[in-house]
Design a binder for this molecule. Sequence first.
Ligand SMILES: Nc1ncnc2c1ncn2[C@@H]1O[C@H](COP(=O)(O)OP(=O)(O)OP(=O)(O)O)[C@@H](O)[C@H]1O
Length: 295
Amino acid sequence: MNAVEVEELVKHYGSFALSGLSFTVPKGYITGLIGPNGAGKSTVIKAIMGMVLPEEGRITVLGNAVTGKEGSYKQQIGYISDESIYYEYLSMEQMKRIVAPFYDRWDEALFTKYMELFELPKRKKIKDCSKGMKMKFAIAMALAHHPKLLIMDEPTAGLDPVFRRELLDLLAEYILDENNTILFSTHLTTDLDRVADYVTFLNRGELVFSDSKDEVLERYVIVKGSRELLDPDVRRELVGVRETAVGFEALAKDQERAQALFGANALFERPTLEEIMYYTAKGGNVNASSHPFGS
Ligand SMILES: Nc1ncnc2c1ncn2[C@@H]1O[C@H](COP(=O)(O)OP(=O)(O)OP(=O)(O)O)[C@@H](O)[C@H]1O
């Protein structure tokens, strides 16, 4: 069963377009939505939340069609935005008092537990909180009403490495309940390496893949070899190529096909999600000096 279904979504912003995007978020698992800046992650998340109205397409959340109007199913969603959605001049405690009554399943003890765990001073005004504190507060608010679906837009942005790891552990604990589902966007693929079961990858508004993380990592392959192996036909088979003085490194979409193509002439390595994202986003020929891991 799917917690979220997105079918043939169409939305334009100037030259940016989501044109016929379809993917699902399986219930009981963690799905990571990845993609470079401007890929459309926030737009997709806002559309799922009913905050952006698509021009075409259908979205279903927990079995309910998203229409942009309020629906009681929203009680079951814990949403963490990449922007502050709270009244900055209120304290965290005052803000909580406004929000809590909207939720039937609000759990004050759980809220207090997270506020203490995250060491958040409840009387502090939201405007005086650091970025990380605001994110922690949003997480406490989202979890305190026992959501069935947690939707988070870049939740680890602005968090130090220690709390980032703690948050990922918290998500792993939340997902132990098989009725719970998480969808979160990030451009930090290391977050996904640690916790994601499924990965949906957007690039310039287009779906590159939406699949189980393990299958993606099995399917793609990094190929390394000498430059003489690269002719135009071979290049067409590769997602992205990075050439250096001594050879090339490339990403291929289909491990078996790449092995048939290069045989014993090349070396094959399992890619990381970061490498898949990097080569796909750059496409074609990649300038060696721009490689994030050095040349
Ligand atoms: N309200 C809006 N009005 C006009 N353009 C918008 C609006 N929202 C998003 N866009 C444009 O749509 C594109 C996708 O933006 P979006 O924020 O969805 O990407 P993203 O993948 O979340 O990026 P980032 O990782 O940088 O947050 C961008 O070109 C952005 O400028």
